[in-house]
Design a protein around this ligand. Structure first.
Ligand SMILES: Cc1cc2nc3c(=O)[nH]c(=O)nc-3n(C[C@H](O)[C@H](O)[C@H](O)COP(=O)(O)OP(=O)(O)OC[C@H]3O[C@@H](n4cnc5c(N)ncnc54)[C@H](O)[C@@H]3O)c2cc1C
Length: 432
């Protein structure tokens, strides 16, 4: 029987190396690099590749990938343990070669791409020579593909794409975009869309503007509002089969969601560590904040929520490894996705509170973390939609009660028990 919460010593050594490396070498980059995917930034060009080399030398580059793609084939549990360290630093995923959306885009090109598509895009993406973008959401709706209007119409040897996309992360830095467009409007909703590979330089593709999250400015502003003005791509730029866009998107998003969650564990831990440090450092009314019961409550609640979330992530990772079938872990992944924003939000908010005015200020990372929690609750689908998935999946394992009253109705249970043990009860009553 295997029921073990320990990490084997050999892998722990790897984790220790990653922990030190991220703290010492990667976290400082977050303060000097505007956007980790801005390949044109000379500071990025000088600082990131040497660190990527160190990661390669450790055999950890693209560790999330299977061996066939040059990764470690670690499986999701080990990925989770590594990713939760990477979650501390914005630049860490790019230093380790598993940044979104490139990792997910590479995954679908590897899975659905033709030999020519792989040749042209897969290796440069996996090697972080180019950036990519995933354009699915549209201004009129992101959570419901039935409202997507961007269309692709076959014309001779080409597809002609028209319409607009919204919040396509990293669009301004991308060399290639993966775009979901309606090709078969008369088909059922899950067969209407197809996926296309669109090189960024294709005529007619316009970035109306780049949109930022909260107070982001400069290079950090990266979510593209895109217009496709009769953008023509060759027929062979269809990714996967015609009408298969929905399936391709699901393949991509399933893996992406759990990887975000793994990294979020690290971000929650960062907020929690800062809160505990402050609770032991700040004095008021003659004692440290950590001696105040209501601060203790914040610490206790945060610790319990963080650990519950981490265990849910690890268990989900374990189930992905165990079943190797995303359909069997849909509820688990959806539950992780729905839990993640709330845990990050609540722990970061308490950490902010414990830091007082300093916590509210832009001199601490908490307001960014709180905003990040909304990002986590929106990107790859809103929390509410994932809760619906959890509930639907869970309810499949239940049946309606056969009678008018529930099976837990106490009078009926009592009556049944009395009937079952009547003889025993009778004997004991007679002895009294
Ligand atoms: C930081 C960030 C990065 C992103 N990156 C990308 C990207 O790279 N590519 C991309 O294509 N998209 C991206 N998105 C878009 C994201 O996928 C959408 O924001 C998301 O799917 C929600 O769509 P929407 O914004 O149109 O909200 P809407 O669909 O308008 O929903 C608004 C709100 O309504 C509620 N709601 C929606 N549907 C339901 C429902 N069925 N039941 C109950 N309540 C519901 C939810 O509270 C939701 O937040 C990104 C978003 C963010 C914030």
């Amino acid at each position: 029987m295997s029921w073990d919460f320990e990490t084997d010593p050999e892998f722990q050594q790897r984790l220790d190396w990653v922990e030190d490396f991220v703290r010492e070498e990667v976290e400082p980059l977050d303060y000097v690099i505007g956007h980790p995917m801005n390949m044109a930034d000379p500071v990025r060009r000088e600082l990131i590749p040497p660190l990527q080399e160190k990661v390669r030398a450790q055999g950890l580059w693209g560790f999330h990938l299977g061996r066939e793609l040059g990764g470690q084939g670690y499986g999701q549990v080990k990925n989770a343990l590594l990713n939760e360290i990477l979650g501390r630093a914005r630049c860490a995923p790019v230093v380790f070669g598993n940044q979104a959306p490139d990792s997910g885009n590479a995954e679908i090109i590897a899975h659905y791409g033709t030999a020519a598509q792989k040749e042209r895009y897969l290796r440069p993406l996996l090697d972080n020579e180019i950036a990519s973008c995933f354009a699915m959401t549209e201004p009129q709706g992101g959570a419901d593909p039935k409202v997507f209007k961007t269309s692709a119409v076959a014309d001779g040897d080409e597809w002609v794409i028209s319409g607009s996309k919204w919040f396509a992360s990293h669009a301004r830095y991308a060399s290639v975009l993966i775009v979901m467009a309606v090709t078969d409007p008369d088909e059922a909703p899950h067969r209407m869309h197809s996926m296309f590979i669109v090189p960024a330089e294709t005529p007619g593709l316009e970035i109306i503007r780049s949109v930022g999250v909260g107070f982001e400015g400069g290079d950090a502003v990266s979510h593209g509002y895109l217009q496709f003005n009769d953008v023509r791509v060759p027929r062979e730029n269809l990714l996967g089969e015609r009408g298969g866009g929905f399936v391709v998107a699901q393949t991509r998003l399933g893996g992406g969601r759990i990887h975000h969650a793994m990294r979020t564990v690290g971000l929650v831990r960062k907020a929690f560590d800062l809160m505990c440090e402050r609770a032991l450092s700040r004095y008021t009314q003659g004692e440290v904040l950590g001696s105040k019961q209501m601060v203790q409550e914040m610490i206790a609640d945060s610790w319990a929520e963080m650990e519950q979330f981490r265990l849910l992530v690890l268990r989900t990772a374990w189930r992905i490894d165990r079943y190797n079938d995303y359909r069997k872990v849909r509820a688990d992944i959806a539950a992780v996705k729905a839990t993640m924003p709330k845990v990050l939000h609540d722990v970061a908010s308490r950490a902010l509170q414990v830091h007082g005015s300093l916590g509210v200020s832009g001199e601490m990372p908490f307001s960014d973390m709180i905003l990040e929690s909304y990002h986590m609750g929106m990107a790859d689908g809103p929390t509410q939609v994932h809760k619906v998935t959890v509930a639907r999946q869970v309810l499949r394992g239940y049946e309606a009660s056969p009678g008018l009253f529930p099976t837990g109705h106490l009078p009926a249970l009592r009556e049944a028990a009395l009937k079952r043990y009547a003889e025993v009860l009778e004997r004991h009553v007679q002895q009294l």
